[in-house]
Write a protein that binds this ligand. Structure first.
Ligand SMILES: [Zn+2]
Length: 163
């Protein structure tokens, strides 16, 4: 993890907070950067669109590909404030980004933010058909974790989106 990584993660945090930081709205921010240039900076927009696949990472991958006119994002780094879910981890693999960096990890937040429990999405990368992609977590971990409900938060049932 470098100073540049922290700088881009701070931007992802800003994007996550852009529409408020109510943890019940799953404020995730994602920034895709290549050669020091931001290709996309997106927040999750599942409710606004509405589109169940409009996670921050999916939106950012779409924008970056549009921006470049290319379906491959080789050499780019994807920053996400929270460990990407299974869908977004797979989308990262398909998009050909070279590196995924996330802030808080699954264990730092409430299970409501993940589609499945006990699934190791890091293994998706380990076992991917590509060997030119890496994934690392813990960049500004504490600041990122503060965006979300904590692991043991006692939430009303109707706020527990995925439980
Ligand atoms: Zn996702």
């Amino acid at each position: 993890m470098t100073e540049d990584d922290e700088r881009w993660m701070r931007l992802a945090l800003e994007v996550a907070r852009a529409k408020g930081s109510d943890p019940s709205t799953s404020p995730l921010g994602c920034v895709i950067v290549r050669d020091g240039q931001v290709l996309a900076a997106e927040r999750n927009q599942t409710h606004e669109l509405p589109d169940a696949t409009a996670h921050a990472e999916m939106m950012a991958i779409r924008r970056a590909c549009e921006e470049l006119g290319d379906m491959e994002l080789r050499g780019a780094t994807l920053y996400s404030t929270l460990q990407p879910c299974g869908m977004c981890t797979m989308a990262s693999i398909w998009s050909k980004v070279g590196r995924v960096v996330y802030g808080a990890e699954g264990a730092d937040v409430h299970p409501m933010y993940f589609e499945a429990h006990g699934v190791d999405t890091l293994a998706f990368v380990t076992h991917a058909y590509r060997d030119d992609i890496t994934i690392e977590g813990g960049c500004l971990r504490q600041e990122c974790a503060e965006l979300y409900y904590g692991p043991d938060a006692d939430l009303p049932q109707d706020e527990q989106a995925n439980l």
